[in-house]
Design a protein around this ligand. Structure first.
Ligand SMILES: Nc1nc2c(ncn2[C@@H]2O[C@H](COP(=O)(O)OP(=O)(O)O)[C@@H](O)[C@H]2O)c(=O)[nH]1
Ligand SMILES: [Mg+2]
Length: 300
């Protein structure tokens, strides 16, 4: 089940880092050191100094307000603080069909796999999904998406390797319009945001989609790999500076013992986290829910 996936996926984070908090939450009197240890633990699991400080300050404030003096009470309070902070920043965008999802991100971040998972989810809900293989850099990239398309049983628009990805996007949009698709997902080649020509190429793909979208709502989402730790943050930052991002997919949370990365991504960029990838299989996709996330990390 999806929920279990999520819990299992976050097990490494919980075991490696959050269990350390048990040493703090013993039931003894709360001291300044208790907060210092919480701060350090949060930093260790990739929450980042700034956000970890904000969380700890908020926690301390709450503890004082509620006159909590024993450290075992801090578990519940930390959960509450995290859920509040994350919910505040996870402003969900209402996804109204028909939509085009333009997928961006660096190489190997899990873009193609996440596209397949998202396509599968919507297909299972009875929607008409179409894929566009606009990662035309490598033959293997088109093949990879093609295999997923066959497995999920959705149509795919592709072209030969080296062809113009914007032209593929255009053809796919024409086809999705004709077929009255509910969802068109456009795969793109991985790129680094400091590569000017590649970012220009992305702008061109976006431009083609924006111009021809008619009734489609166009969203751009970035896929970042949880195992890349704080580097995921700089990726979001870099892409947000060069294209308009609407949402985030965090992949490979199962492979990371530092699943705390979700926290600064939300707190800093205030972009909604659409999905969290919990494995390599089609069903390994969870919608992000702050409460579930925090519980998965802090529960016994
Ligand atoms: N464990 C795990 N592996 C993933 C997940 N998402 C993607 N991967 C793997 O990461 C690798 C790169 O994924 P891919 O989708 O090709 O990345 P792209 O280059 O961004 O398109 C592949 O081996 C995927 O199977 C995930 O959520 N969990
Ligand atoms: Mg790919």
């Amino acid at each position: 089940m999806a929920d279990n996936n999520y819990k299992n996926a976050l097990r490494a984070t919980k075991l490696s880092i959050f269990d350390k908090l048990k040493n703090v939450f013993t039931g003894s009197d709360i001291t300044d050191e208790s907060y210092e240890e919480i701060l350090e633990t949060l930093i260790l699991c990739d929450v980042g100094v700034e956000c970890a400080q904000k969380i700890t300050d908020e926690l301390q404030k709450k503890a004082q307000e509620k006159k909590i003096t024993k450290s075992d009470m801090l578990t519940g309070l930390l959960k509450e603080t995290l859920v509040e902070l994350l919910d505040k920043d996870n402003t969900k965008n209402e996804i109204k069909l028909p939509v085009i999802f333009l997928s961006v991100g660096v190489n190997g971040s899990g873009k193609t796999t996440s596209i397949a998972k998202i396509a599968n989810k919507y297909k299972k809900e009875g929607k008409n999904v179409m894929l566009a293989a606009a990662d035309t850099f490598r033959a293997a990239a088109v093949e990879q998406l093609d295999i997923w398309a066959k497995r999920i049983d959705v149509p795919i628009v592709k072209s030969s390797t080296g062809s113009d990805p914007a032209a593929v996007a255009y053809d796919a949009l024409t086809s999705a319009t004709a077929r009255k698709s509910d969802l068109l997902i456009v795969d793109t080649a991985g790129r680094l945001s400091n590569k000017v020509n590649l970012m220009a190429e992305l702008a061109k793909i976006y431009g083609v989609l924006e111009k021809g979208k008619n009734d489609f709502n166009l969203y751009t989402f970035i896929t970042v790999d949880a195992t890349s730790g704080l580097n995921a943050l700089s990726q979001v930052e870099a892409f947000a500076n060069s294209c308009k991002l609407d949402g985030i997919v965090i992949s490979k949370i199962d492979g990371s013992s530092k699943g705390g990365i979700i926290i600064p991504i939300l707190m800093k960029y205030k972009l909604p986290i659409w999905f969290v990838g919990t494995g390599e299989k089609l069903d390994d996709l969870n919608e992000f829910n702050a409460e579930e996330y925090v519980e998965a990390m802090l529960d016994d």
